[in-house]
Structures are given as structure tokens and as C-alpha cells.
Design a protein around this ligand. Structure first.
Ligand SMILES: [Mn+2]
Length: 325
């Protein structure tokens, strides 16, 4: 048997799991996300593309070992201890899947849950002696802390939590492997809070905002990111927030922002990721079926996943960088 670090092995087996939790957001409804992605035939679509794709069902929040300290109430950050119970369950599941040599796909749920998959991916990369890179595909940077966030919503703090920002220690035990901010790339960003912007600059996070995509096209930006990861022999965690895509075609999200990725831009990002062979774990988050129009958003996410896992119009290389095989 080939070791788990062999990319071919990692890519051919996919394990999906759901986390029906919406506690990290102000708007309720992403707890129905896993169900919507299942109805939109996510697992079946991947199977039709030749993958051994297994749906392991939903995780349940883990009981805390000891009573967690309750953070200052008054904002939605008071939900953090309950979110932590979900994060722990997600981390355990993703860790198990990575150890089996499969590619974990989290079906969220709101974006706070990605703390769990990122914790598992960072730990796994460290064991393999490789760097973990993160591609945050989102309208928002999710780099707030309880100090900078106007709402206290944990789904806006995910990357800050895994990058080691103060104020989010609740989510990091002594074994937590941090993601260095310089290994985090963001694409599609068009809404950043004031304090968050300062933090992103200070920490050196690589932010590709929508104006940069307008100027150069998405391919130029993606090629640079993928080349960086490839030259470092990195692992790549992709976190796809449905609000990356323009709300005109992906209306089922709690925090829509105008001016998002078009249908073709979104597919091109996916096609280049597929062509690079670099992705080792994935989140599909923030699909809110309660706000959706006839399953449009879940269907689009599954359609994007088909591109992400190999469906192509013509079998021609699109990334034009080196490929991990
Ligand atoms: Mn997000």
C-alpha cells in the first residue's frame, strides 16, 4: 500500500461528512446545508466522476471534557463553547479520514466549523513534515477576533482562530498546530471589517480581493497561489464559502455581498485546483437552504465540485503549472 502522503491515493478516495450547525452565524439555516448538498447529489456526482466517494453522515457535537469557561456575553461570541463541541467532532472525523488516506470534505454548516477541518489538516501536515497552505474562497476574510468583530459571530473569526490570534484561545488546546498567516491565501474578498483589515496587513495574509480579479482575471491570481504551494511541496486545504459566488446565482447565503465571482470565474478556480492536483482537504460551507431559491445554491456548489474533482469541457490543461501526480 502506498503511504497516505501519495497524492494519487489521497485524491481518489473522498469521504464526505456533514456538520448541521449554524451557531457561528447571525442568520439561521446553514444547519440544513448538509441535507441540501445531499439532495443535490454531491456524493453521487463524485462517484460518477470515478471517485470512491463515501458519505459518512453527520457528526454530533462532542461532550466537553470539562466545563468550558463562558466568554463574555452580549455578543454572539457567547456561543463559542457550543461551537467548540462541533469543532472537536469535526476535527476527529477529518483526522480519521486523513489517516485513512482519503480526502475529507466537510459539508457545513456555517464557516466557524472549518476550525475543525483546519486543525486536523494542520496536524496531519505536520506529521508528514509538509507545509499546510489554505485557500479561503470567500466574500469575507473571516479574520476577526472577539475584539475586532462588530457582531461576535464566530464564522467571521475562523482563520484568525487557526492562525493563533489572541482572544480565541478557547479553540486551541496545547496540541493545536497553528497555520502561519503567510500560508493563507484568500480569493474573492469584498467585505472586510476595519480592525480585521489591520490584522490582515500586520500578519501578512495574502488577500486577493475582487478588484484584483477584475484587473488580471482569476487565472493569473490562481496560478501564482498554486505555484507557491507546489514549489513548497505543500498540502492545500480549500475552504469554499458559498458567498464567494455572486448572490444573483447563489442566493442561498446568510451574508450575501454584491459583486461576487461569476459562474465562469468560480468554475475556473475549481478547474485550476483540479488541474494542479494539490488539494488535500475541502470545506463546503455557508449554504443556507432556508434562504435559497429552489435549491439553486446547493446545486451550484455540487456543480462546482464536479469541476473541482475532474469534470472538464475539453481534456486540456488549464493551470499550465507543474502538476502533482
Ligand atoms: Mn466565510
Amino acid at each position: 500500500m502506498k503511504p497516505a502522503s501519495e497524492p494519487d491515493v489521497v485524491r481518489r478516495r473522498i469521504a464526505l461528512f456533514g456538520a448541521p450547525c449554524d451557531l457561528g452565524a447571525s442568520t439561521r439555516g446553514t444547519n440544513m446545508g448538509p441535507a441540501a448538498l445531499r439532495v443535490a447529489r454531491l456524493a453521487e456526482t463524485l462517484q460518477e466522476l470515478g471517485y470512491e466517494a463515501e458519505d459518512r453522515g453527520d457528526v454530533r457535537p462532542l461532550l466537553p471534557k470539562s466545563a468550558s469557561p463562558i466568554p463574555a456575553s452580549g455578543t454572539n461570541y457567547s456561543r463559542a463553547p457550543e461551537i467548540l463541541r462541533w469543532v472537536k467532532a469535526i476535527e476527529a472525523e477529518a483526522n480519521q479520514i486523513l489517516n485513512e488516506g482519503a480526502l475529507p470534505v466537510l459539508m457545513g454548516g456555517d464557516h466557524s466549523l472549518s476550525i475543525g477541518t483546519l486543525a486536523a489538516a494542520a496536524k496531519h501536515a505536520e506529521v508528514l513534515g509538509r507545509k499546510l497552505f489554505v485557500l479561503w474562497v470567500d466574500a469575507h476574510a473571516d479574520f476577526n477576533t472577539p475584539q475586532t468583530s462588530p457582531s461576535g459571530n464566530v464564522h467571521g473569526m475562523t482563520l484568525a482562530a487557526v492562525c493563533g490570534e489572541p482572544g480565541l484561545e478557547l479553540f486551541r488546546d496545547e496540541n493545536f498546530v497553528l497555520v502561519p498567516p503567510a500560508q493563507a491565501f484568500m480569493i474573492g474578498i469584498r467585505q472586510i471589517d476595519k480592525g480585521e483589515r489591520r490584522l490582515l496587513e500586520e500578519r501578512g495574509v495574502n488577500v486577493i480581493d475582487m478588484p484584483q480579479i477584475d484587473e488580471t482575471g482569476v487565472a493569473v491570481q490562481m496560478r501564482q497561489i498554486l505555484e507557491t504551494v507546489r514549489l513548497e511541496n505543500g498540502m492545500l486545504h480549500v475552504s469554499l464559502d458559498a458567498d464567494f459566488i455572486d448572490p444573483s446565482i447563489a442566493p442561498g447565503v446568510g451574508t450575501p455581498v454584491q459583486g461576487g465571482a461569476t459562474y465562469r470565474e468560480a468554475h475556473l478556480v475549481m478547474e485550476m485546483l483540479e488541474d494542479s492536483g494539490l488539494m488535500t482537504s475541502l470545506d463546503l460551507v455557508e449554504v443556507n437552504p432556508f434562504l435559497d431559491e429552489r435549491g439553486k445554491t446547493a446545486t451550484l456548489i455540487v456543480d462546482l465540485c464536479a469541476s473541482l474533482f475532474g469534470r472538464s469541457i475539453l481534456d486540456r490543461p488549464i493551470y499550465r503549472g507543474g502538476r502533482v501526480r
